[in-house]
Design a protein. Structure first.
Length: 267
């Protein structure tokens, strides 16, 4: 789902329709394929994004805009590819668009709010709860759910308070997932996170991005929802090669990955 700076969107009425055109075409299968093309086939994110936009004819019939637009990209493959897709489509719509690498959500939401970047490919439920915490304080009552339209309505209201605006969500879905190696699962006879808590007690090391120990959808959620206990945490990346390498080498027991990871079939 596109998230944009509200003032920029208001002054550039062609901006959100161009990004919504991406949402109209993007599917979960596309996400898996795009990630696979970069992570497994070793193609560049720029080339993969351009090929997808051309194949789906996303730029056809767009209203023309103008001006510079910096599209933010987080430090994992899917975000980088989607940011490049956004930039390619915006260029086709007449904008001077570029991709700017940014840090984690805490950093890039501030940059988006301030207009230092103007657009970002976001995840509806996750960003809605991030804004919920910013607006309503730590541990607010959750407003995101499996109902896309209700979550979008709640998110738009929160976004408006932070000078942000959401576009149309795509049909594509990507969720946080937590993986162990097949050898680990076979050894402990586990197939679910609940079974993992029973089988391994506190003898687990979690691997994930810097913010994982404090994010409700990462370590706190694993502890509260599934009863998992950890003897340690290893700072890695968000579902990227560092996490998957650490899993394979036994440096961590459990690692944060993404459900649309294109390399999982090859792991």
């Amino acid at each position: 789902m596109p998230a944009v700076n509200a003032k920029v969107a208001q002054s550039n009425p062609a901006l959100l329709p161009a990004l919504n055109a991406v949402s109209a075409k993007l599917t979960t299968k596309d996400l898996v394929t795009l990630n696979n093309d970069v992570d497994v086939q070793r193609k560049s994110a720029d080339d993969v994004a351009a090929a997808w936009a051309k194949h789906h004819d996303v730029a056809s019939g767009l209203t023309k805009g103008s001006g510079k637009v910096a599209v933010g990209a987080a430090d994992f493959t899917e975000s980088t590819v989607l940011a490049n897709v956004y930039a390619d489509v915006l260029k086709s719509a007449g904008f001077d668009a570029s991709v700017q690498a940014v840090g984690n959500r805490d950093l890039y939401l501030k940059a988006l709010e301030a207009g230092q970047i103007q657009a970002f490919p976001e995840y509806l439920a996750t960003v809605t709860e991030a804004l919920n915490a910013q607006v309503n304080g730590a541990n607010p009552t959750p407003v995101a759910s499996g109902d896309v339209q209700k979550t979008l309505a709640a998110g738009q209201g929160l976004a408006a308070k932070k000078n942000l605006k959401f576009g149309t969500p795509s049909g594509a879905a990507d969720q946080n997932a937590f993986a162990v190696t097949k050898a680990f699962a076979d050894k402990h006879k586990v197939t679910t996170l609940s079974q993992l808590a029973t089988a391994c007690g506190s003898d687990l090391v979690l691997g994930g991005p810097t913010e994982c120990p404090t994010r409700p959808f990462c370590q706190p959620g694993l502890q509260q929802t599934y009863g998992l206990k950890f003897s340690g945490f290893k700072q890695l990346d968000a579902g990227g090669p560092l996490t998957k390498t650490a899993l394979r080498q036994g440096q961590v027991s459990l690692g944060l990955i993404f459900s649309s990871d294109g390399s999982l079939a090859h792991s």
